[in-house]
Design a binder for this molecule. Sequence first.
Ligand SMILES: [Mg+2]
Length: 119
Amino acid sequence: MAKIMIVDDAAFMRKVIKQMLMELGHEIVAEAANGVEAITIYERIKPDLITLDITMPEMNGIEVAKELRKINPKVLIIMCSAMGQKTMIIEAIQAGAKDFVVKPIQKDRLHTAVSKALS
Ligand SMILES: [Mg+2]
């Protein structure tokens, strides 16, 4: 079981991801609707793992991942985004994401990504 923070600008998406992760036995310790909020909460709570959306206002997920990695080089990030293009996935991985789960999210796929990141 991991303490997870969910970052997505869409409340519905946060709800879906939260439900899936809770069914998998994880604890959702925080939610953030944008990157600035995500970084502030991360520094305070230090969750074990973060699910991170890419398309968000103010700061996109790639920028957020880079900032989080400056705070903690070992930060565990799983990108959850509709943007499944190869270049975007490569950029996400280079920014420090451990995995990339494409929306609409499949529970099994999310489960695999989280388990692998935590192992
Ligand atoms: Mg979004």
